[in-house]
Design a protein around this ligand. Structure first.
Ligand code: GRF
Length: 198
């Protein structure tokens, strides 16, 4: 059984999609949030999943928070760490520690629009397609080998909220599928390229 630890900051709808997918061979060992009041934590706890709230504001520096977070994650001996709407930038030591075993989901077709306000930027740039990307986490923000992507159309009448909702639906399908591919050992990483094998 592969142990999966999921990190969230808020509602955790991607975390919920992964839990509800009941991926064979995967156990959601814990859900950890950097905000103790994150709605997703209560949802996970109600389902008997171990939860940890680690308030980043209680730490004097990014390094101190990263170290406490790593300690908390490692207590669950994860095979895979899944960032699901986790809104903290992580330091290079932290990303190196989980190299090759940490995923993030970003609501754009990377490498376009890393960072914040992706939907607004996609609309303002006149894109006809938007989407989401699951990638391995490296020290560079919203960079790293791309595991999977899904595209959706940008409609003439879209604003950032309608586009975000259309993309989020795809996130909920894409993320469990990517976690499943990892758990089944079907991902071969070669530089920035990830092949699905088997
Ligand atoms: C998602 O769109 C994710 O891609 C982005 O933040 C949102 C988090 O949503 N980084 P949720 O907490 O998973 O509902």
């Amino acid at each position: 059984m592969k142990q999966v630890v999921i990190l969230i900051s808020g509602r955790g709808s991607n975390m919920q999609a992964i839990v509800e997918a009941q991926i064979p061979g995967a156990r959601i060992a814990a859900v950890i949030a950097n905000r103790p009041d994150a709605a997703g934590l209560a949802w996970a706890a109600e389902r008997g999943i171990a939860t940890v709230g680690l308030d980043h504001r209680a730490y004097p520096s990014r390094e101190a928070f990263d170290a406490a977070l790593a300690e908390s994650i490692d207590a669950f001996s994860p095979d895979l760490v899944v960032l699901a709407g986790f809104m903290r930038i992580l330091g290079a030591d932290f990303t190196a520690r989980y190299a090759g075993r940490m995923f993030n989901i970003h609501p754009s077709l990377l490498p376009a629009f890393p960072g914040l306000h992706t939907h607004r930027r996609a609309i303002e740039s006149g894109c006809k397609l938007a989407g989401c990307t699951v990638h391995f986490v490296t020290a560079e923000l919203d960079h790293g080998p791309i595991v999977a992507q899904a595209a959706v159309p940008v409609l003439d009448e879209d604003d950032e909220h309608s586009l975000a909702a259309r993309v989020l639906k795809e996130e909920h399908r894409l993320y469990p599928a990517a976690v499943r591919a990892f758990v089944e050992g079907r991902l071969a990483v070669d530089g920035l390229r990830v092949r699905q094998i088997g």
